[in-house]
Design a protein. Structure first.
Length: 128
């Protein structure tokens, strides 16, 4: 099913996906009082917290957001985070919030702030 969805999304004009990603990034930026930093987002992605189940986002997602990762416990494949490698990323706000809720708890041991979400999305969307 995931492969079918990704295949269908690849048939959509790139501008439609980019518009959706830009809209979600803007929503997150507005929730963070208009502030978002790709630099801070990269720092968050690479930070080793040692607090949650995973010490860092990179434990599951690898240090390359364009690469396929795997869950540290189940070893289930995780599609790339960066939209440049996975056009489905950051196109559905409900999914974005769902994964922030789960992964922030796993890595940080708490919910991400609005600023952290905006920064993280800004970084992922900026990855080329």
């Amino acid at each position: 099913m995931k492969t079918l969805l990704l295949s269908l999304m690849l048939l959509l004009p790139g501008s439609v996906l980019a518009d959706s990603q830009a809209a979600i990034a803007e929503q997150l930026r507005q929730a963070a009082n208009g502030q978002a930093s790709a630099t801070r987002g990269e720092q968050l992605f690479r930070a080793r917290t040692g607090v949650g189940e995973a010490a860092s986002c990179t434990d599951c997602h690898t240090d390359n957001p364009r690469a396929i990762g795997s869950h540290i416990r189940t070893r289930k494949a995780i599609e790339p985070l960066a939209p440049v490698a996975n056009p489905a990323r950051f196109t559905d706000m409900a999914k974005v919030e769902k994964w922030f809720r789960r992964n922030c708890q796993d890595v940080l041991g708490r919910a991400c702030t609005a600023g952290e979400k905006a920064d993280f999305a800004a970084y992922m969307i900026a990855v080329r």
